[in-house]
Design a protein around this ligand. Sequence first.
Ligand SMILES: [Fe+2]
Length: 274
Amino acid sequence: MTSQYDGSDRYKSTGDGIYDPKDGAPVEKGELNILHPQRINPPGLPGEFYTPFGPAVGYRQLSKKLIRKLNKICDNHAKGRKKLESHARSLIGKVTEEPEIPKDIALEVIDELYEFLCTYIALVKSREIKQNVGPPPGTKFTFRPVSAWFVRQYANDYNPIHIHTGCNMSCIGYLKVPPGIALDRKKDTKNDLFSSHGLTEFVFTNGTFDTLPQAGNYRIAPEVGDFWVFPATLQHQVYPFKTKGERRSFSMNMNFDMEKITPQDTGGWQEMKG
Ligand SMILES: [Fe+2]
């Protein structure tokens, strides 16, 4: 099984080229402003503000069916019914266990998220060159899993800051989150301001505060079914927590290619016009 998608129809048919995979609606106008700054001062507003720098992270929710399936595979491993290989020797996590996800299952994950991943690639490329672009006619995006694994984290386990190597992009999907982790944060006895128990944190660059504020990091609270995709070189880490229970996530490293599906010479990326 391969995950393939001829994006040309989708991207060409509706004009601007980047759409919400849920309902097909164009992405927020704010995002388009990054690509095509209007350089106007809208009546009644103080001005326009753009955020054209830095990497983008993508979010969507996993289907309940996929969450169930992934949890069942991991549960079967945990109960000794069908053991998975360990992937821990390739990872830096200080966690209880990191069993490998079989390739056919990794491809199923890609299949479910395929349009979302295509949209993400088009978005990050568009942000880079400041034009709305999609795959040229006669090409398709293909995503290949390099590796995939579960992360089984319990109290006091953590994942030091790191990047992923040997791939273009990576992702995190949450499969189990003990409710006590949120309570840990609310009742943090050390200091409940900005408590970080069990959070995942992306770190891009230095933050600033005393001069002009600038975000250098982005912390997310894990919720079952949440799925995040990000550039493999974006640093990230996971904080420990104290409560009982398993915080279970999965990650997958992926490479993507644009491949010709017709003999024509497609050249570079195609600018999307309305
Ligand atoms: Fe990671």
